[in-house]
Design a protein around this ligand. Sequence first.
Ligand SMILES: [Zn+2]
Length: 274
Amino acid sequence: MSYLFLFILGLAVGSFLNVLIDRLPNEESIGGRSRCDECLTKLAWNDLIPVLSYVKLRGKCRYCKMNLSWQYPFIELFTGLVFVVVGSMSPLSLEPAYASGNISINQSLLSLHTSFLRMAAYLGIVSTAIVIFFSDLKYHIIPDSMQILLFAFSFLLVVSFGLTPQLFLDHVIGAFVVITPILFLFLITKGRGMGFGDVKLAFSMGFLLGPLGGLTALYIAFVGGAVVGICLLIAGKRGWKSKIAFGPFLIIGLITMLWWGERILEIVKGLYGV
Ligand SMILES: [Zn+2]
């Protein structure tokens, strides 16, 4: 699949993710044409072309001339780039095995299907991760529909690697191992330190990454949260008691381990001599 195609697909998906980020937490319908945030004028199709409309209108609404949020082109471009990265990193190239003649056509068709399944799962995971990251950051809400989708895409990815009972059990154990510390924090802080959305997110993380990968992702999230929290405190932007959404840090941990997990786990195992 060409990178240009993936980039354009990512721009279009990103445009839809913008809609989800702002409408799902506010329980608005995701159908219906987008409106300007300021003057509420329904936007025409040529106001809705990803990135290009924003550039052409110089970041201002065509009707009321108010500034459009930079979030729109940013998410579109970001999703486009992420889609290209996914395309370049997931094991898509089937040419060598097929060309070498060692694999029958049936088998290579099967692996072609597997590759597309895997690709779809990866794209689904990063797309839902983007929505969860930004809706939690902006509104402190992780929409349940995105939690379900994230779990479904994670399930798809795990299945695409060939499912044995042992492997499946490993992922289920991962889900329960990773949910435990977050659930504990949720209960002792009475939901003020962690939201229940974080608990549900931890379940998918553990299932997707397995016990060791999931816990490492959690560790990355806690370190990231602490560093950003301290920086905000020093900068005087937040007090001790103010809430920082934890979902974005969980997402950073999840994506980091999904992409570089094997290498990171090798380093971790080396450090502890496991
Ligand atoms: Zn307007």
